[in-house]
Write a protein that binds this ligand. Structure first.
Ligand SMILES: NC(=O)c1ccc[n+]([C@@H]2O[C@H](COP(=O)([O-])OP(=O)(O)OC[C@H]3O[C@@H](n4cnc5c(N)ncnc54)[C@H](O)[C@@H]3O)[C@@H](O)[C@H]2O)c1
Length: 362
C-alpha cells in the first residue's frame, strides 16, 4: 500500500488493493510445470512481472520498454494506436518471446492479464493534441477510465504519466506538487492539460474508492532520440532546423523558460516511482532552466553555427516559465537527473541526422 501522497494528507486510502486475478499464476504454471502433477505442486509466490505499457510505441514509451526488457523477469506488452508512435521504435523487440505488441486504442476497453500498467497513451506535442482535441480529451478521460477499470479487474498497479501542463501558466515558481495550477479550462490547450487533470482525479478516485494502487508522475519537458521530427516541440524543432540549415524559430518574447530532462533520466524516474511506495503526484523533470533564446543559442553552437535565430509570433496560452521543484522526487524516490543538456543534445542530434539523412561535415 502506498505510504502517502505527496500532495496532501486526504488523498490516500487504507483500503487494501483488489486481489490479483486467480489467473495471475496460470501462465507461469503452464510454462514451468506443464508436465508435473498440478495437485501436488506448491505455486510459486512470484512469477514473471507482466507489464503493460500504453503508448509504448511513442517517444518516452519506447525508451521505457527498452529499459523494462533489460530485466529478464519482465514480460512487456505494448498497446498503441500509432497516432504519434511507430512500430519502428520497437523494431528490436518485435518477435522477442517476452514482448507483445497490440494495435489498440485505449478509448476502447481492454481485457488482458497484467501486474503493472504504465499508462502513457496520449499525444504529447501541441501540434498533435490540438489536431483532434475531442479525441485528445477522450484519450485522457475514457482511456484512463479504461485502464483504471483494467487495473481494478486484475489487481494491477497503475502509473499515469501526467504533465507539468497541469500547472498551466504557473503563478509560483518553481512548481511544487502542492501547487494547484493556473489553467485555462476553455483554451486550445485545455483538451490536454484539463484532460490530464481529470485523469489525475480519476486515478485518486479509483484509489480512494476501490483501493487501486496508483502512481502519478508529473512529467516536465523531456527530450532525446526518437522524438517525432517536426512535432512542434522546441528541442526537436531547433535540432531539425539546425540540421536542415534553416533559421531557428524562437517564439516571442524568447525569455519564456523551460527545463529539459533527458529521456534516460525520465525512464529511471518512472520506474522508481512505479516500484516505490508513494502514490505521487511527483514531479519528474530537470530543474536546469533555460530561456528559449538560450536553448536556440546552445543548439546553434553545438550543431550548426551558420544558422540564424529568428523571432516569430507565439501560440495562445504558452506558459511563460516552467521549472520543476524536484524535492519530493529526491526525497521519496532517491532520484535526480544526471544528463546535462549539453550531453543530451548531441545524442539526439545523432538520431536526427540518421533519420533526416544529414551527414556530419568533418
Ligand atoms: N515528452 C514530454 O516532454 C512529456 C511531457 C509531459 C508529459 N508527457 C506525457 O508522457 C506520455 C508520453 O509522451 P511522449 O512524449 O512519449 O509522446 P508520444 O506522442 O511520442 O507518445 C504517445 C504514444 O501514445 C500513443 N497514443 C496516443 N493516443 C492513443 C490512444 N488513444 N490509444 C492508444 N495509443 C495512443 C501514440 O501513438 C504514441 O505512441 C504522454 O502521456 C504525455 O502526455 C510527455
Amino acid at each position: 500500500m502506498a505510504a502517502n501522497s505527496s500532495n496532501g494528507e486526504q488523498q490516500t486510502t487504507s483500503k487494501p488493493p483488489p486481489l490479483p486475478s486467480p489467473l495471475r499464476f496460470s501462465k507461469f504454471f503452464q510454462d514451468i510445470f506443464a508436465d508435473m502433477n498440478p495437485n501436488t505442486l506448491v505455486l510459486p509466490v512470484q512469477s514473471n512481472m507482466r507489464i503493460l505499457v500504453t503508448g509504448g510505441a511513442g517517444f518516452i514509451g519506447s525508451h521505457l520498454v527498452d529499459k523494462l526488457m533489460e530485466n529478464e523477469k519482465n514480460e512487456v506488452t505494448v498497446v498503441d494506436n500509432y497516432f504519434t508512435g511507430s512500430k519502428d521504435n520497437l523494431r528490436k523487440w518485435i518477435g522477442h518471446p517476452r514482448f507483445e505488441l497490440i494495435r489498440h486504442d485505449v478509448t476502447e476497453p481492454l481485457l488482458i492479464e497484467v501486474d503493472q500498467i504504465y499508462h502513457l497513451a496520449c499525444p504529447a506535442s501541441p501540434i498533435f493534441y490540438k489536431y483532434n482535441p475531442v479525441k485528445t480529451i477522450k484519450t485522457n478521460v475514457i482511456g484512463t477510465l479504461n485502464m483504471l477499470g483494467l487495473a481494478k479487474r486484475v489487481g494491477a498497479r497503475i502509473l499515469l504519466t501526467s504533465t507539468s501542463e497541469v500547472y498551466g501558466d504557473p503563478l509560483i515558481h518553481p512548481q511544487p506538487e502542492t501547487y494547484w495550477g493556473n489553467v485555462n479550462p476553455i483554451g486550445v490547450r485545455s483538451c490536454y492539460d484539463e484532460g490530464k487533470r481529470v485523469a489525475e482525479t480519476l486515478m485518486f478516485d479509483y484509489h480512494r474508492q476501490h483501493g487501486i494502487e496508483i502512481r502519478i508522475a508529473r512529467i516536465f519537458n523531456t527530450y532525446g532520440p526518437r522524438m517525432n521530427i517536426d512535432d512542434g516541440r522546441v528541442v526537436s524543432n531547433f535540432i531539425a532546423q539546425a540540421l536542415r540549415g534553416e533559421s531557428l524559430t524562437v517564439q516571442k518574447p524568447g525569455t519564456q523558460t523551460r527545463s529539459f530532462c533527458y529521456v534516460s533520466d525520465m525512464v529511471d524516474g518512472l520506474i522508481r516511482l512505479m516500484e516505490g511506495e508513494n502514490t505521487g503526484p511527483i514531479n519528474i523533470g530537470n530543474p536546469g532552466e533555460f530561456t528559449m533564446l538560450e536553448l536556440a543559442e546552445t543548439v546553434k553552437e553545438l550543431i550548426n553555427p551558420e544558422v540564424e535565430i529568428k523571432m516569430v509570433e507565439n501560440t495562445p496560452d504558452d506558459p511563460r516559465q516552467r521549472k520543476p521543484d524536484i524535492a519530493k522526487a529526491k526525497e521519496l524516490l532517491g532520484w535526480e537527473p544526471k544528463v546535462k543538456l549539453r550531453e543530451g543534445l548531441p545524442l539526439m542530434e545523432e538520431d536526427f541526422r540518421l533519420r533526416l539523412g544529414v551527414t556530419k561535415k568533418i
